[in-house]
Design a protein around this ligand. Structure first.
Ligand code: MTE
Ligand code: MO
Length: 499
């Protein structure tokens, strides 16, 4: 059996230490941004994952990200370690080995991130470890007696140093965002209070405005865009292409509306569905400003290379949003600007929007190319997220959503689907208001937001609760069961309750 020599083992450990330092060095320079080599590496691994596996892994969301992180980490460490080992083997002298490491590790990082700064951070950190490993410091007997161990200790110390610095940098970034946020804009606060009053107080369920809004991202690390360096381009079939800065967009008549988003990968009774109060400019205002002629389609392009294409008619009533729940849009939800497209699956709501391309032909978007059919209108669903039984009384409830069709009723059966009763519905959320209004007078009710429902009844024995919604067109939620892929889950949610 092959056994590495002591020397080979030491070389391998030095290589891995250089790899750890390189990752930490990139993190130190780039921070938690897409220039960090972990983010660039993950994007490469994600795009390289073959066919069926790739689509499934991507669809899994919550499992995919940690898996991707581990695979990327191992591949990166391997590549960096190989670079450092190669550098030490192929050239003579500490300085030359250090310089070669810098070039190789820097080159790999540049390829993966396109960032010179990140490449320099990774390269220098790995080179320092290689230098530390190449020349036992100090004279004396330790160095002579055990040069291998001495070198390892020095390389380890150097790697640990960068790792600690990287961790401090991450910690600093974390504590910054955790500091208590500004209170929301008072006019938004008054609408949020209305939403709270209209919410049904169900245990284990959010109100009408979500506490923690879900996120779905194709990238491991979100784009980090300063509004000052950002602009939105309107391109394609327009008389003249034009771009808008954020303040130019904010100078248009803006509005504030409640909108619900649901991901096409949300399971039947899943939780990738949420509602917020959004501030922005209607898309139609911007399209009018560029005199965009009639056209069939649009493609939205984003800073993370995400893109989504769909009928222009769907976008027409949309909002270009920079605010969420009375605060600036968070980075994770697409700062500085995202799209909100009424009634369509979450994926049409491009975050970190950079370009609206007006097109004469349809095309497949990021998810369509991967087997999803996501840009259609959402399916009708009633969720069952709250069940409590106390002293022989059961209370069940949740949210119901049917996009712009609205919810007319939610029906509940407590005997497995034999008999049905209408559940109590929350009052609809208020409609859109102008952003500059101090005393907002909502325009009717929200057109693309969920409702809450609840039902209370006597329950002594084990039974099955089934729920289904009827949308604003009078259409009942289909009973037919389908999985999330390719066009969103269908069926009725049911749950066995044992008092
Ligand atoms: N640029 C960009 N926009 C994006 C995505 C993305 O990965 N990148 N994900 C889409 C998907 S699949 C969904 S469901 C929604 C989720 O929005 P949220 O993360 O704010 O909840 O954003 C959409 N917009
Ligand atoms: Mo999604």
């Amino acid at each position: 059996m092959y056994r590495p020599s002591r020397r080979q083992s030491i070389e391998a450990v030095i290589g891995v230490l250089a790899g750890v330092a390189a990752v930490a060095g990139s993190l130190l320079v780039a921070g938690d941004t897409p220039a960090f080599v972990g983010a660039g590496g993950a994007a490469v691994v994600r795009d390289a994952a073959p066919g069926f596996v790739a689509v499934e892994v991507r669809g899994l969301g919550e499992f995919a990200q940690p898996l991707l992180a581990v695979v990327t980490g191992l591949l990166l460490l391997g590549a960096y370690a190989a670079a450092a080992i190669l550098a030490r083997r192929s050239v003579d002298g500490a300085a030359a080995a250090g310089a070669t490491t810098l070039a190789l590790v820097g080159g790999i990082t540049l390829l993966l991130t396109g960032s010179l700064a990140s490449a320099a951070g990774a390269g220098v950190a790995a080179a320092v470890v290689v230098l530390a490993a190449s020349r036992p410091l100090g004279s004396g007997r330790t160095a002579v007696r055990s040069p291998g161990r001495r070198r390892l200790l020095q390389a380890g110390a150097a790697a640990l140093g960068t790792l600690a610095a990287g961790a401090v940098r991450l910690g600093g970034a974390g504590s910054g965002s955790a500091s208590s946020p500004e209170p929301p804009d008072p006019a938004a606060q008054s609408l949020l209070s209305v939403a709270e009053e209209r919410s049904l107080p169900l245990p284990d369920a959010d109100g009408l405005v979500s506490e923690g809004f879900y996120t779905v991202d194709i990238a491991t690390v979100d784009p980090s865009i300063s509004a000052d360096d950002w602009s939105l381009a309107v391109t394609g079939e327009v008389p003249a292409e034009r771009s808008f800065t954020l303040s130019e967009l904010q100078a248009f008549d803006a509005e504030r509306r409640f909108v619900t988003l649901r991901c096409v990968s949300d399971s039947l009774n899943g939780e990738k569905i949420d509602t917020a109060l959004w501030d922005g400019v209607p898309v139609s205002t911007v399209l009018d400003a560029v005199d965009a002629p009639e056209s069939c389609c649009v493609t939205l392009h984003a800073a993370d290379d995400y893109f989504v294409s769909f009928p222009r008619s769907a976008l027409e009533d949309g909002l270009l949003a920079w605010g969420m729940n009375g605060r600036p849009l968070a980075r994770s939800h697409g700062a500085p600007l995202r799209t909100l497209v009424p009634g369509h699956w979450g994926e049409t709501n491009a975050k970190w929007l950079t370009e609206i391309e007006i097109r004469e032909e349809p095309e497949d978007g990021y998810w369509e190319q991967r087997g999803w059919e996501g840009t259609g209108e959402v399916n009708t669903v009633a969720k069952l997220h709250s069940t409590t039984v106390r002293d022989g009384t059961a209370r069940v409830g949740g949210h119901a959503y049917a996009g712009t069709r609205g919810i007319d009723a939610v029906e509940v059966s407590t005997d497995g689907g034999e008999n049905w009763t209408d559940a109590t519905l929350s009052a609809p959320l208020p409609g859109a208001v102008p952003l500059d209004a101090d005393e907002p007078e909502p325009d009717g009710e929200a057109v693309d937001a969920w409702r809450m429902w609840e039902h209370e009844y006597d329950a002594e024995e084990r039974h099955e609760v089934v729920v289904r919604a009827i949308d604003g067109d009078g259409e009942r939620q289909t009973r037919e069961r389908e999985g999330v892929r390719p066009s969103g889950a269908t069926g009725w949610v049911s749950e066995t309750i044992r008092p």
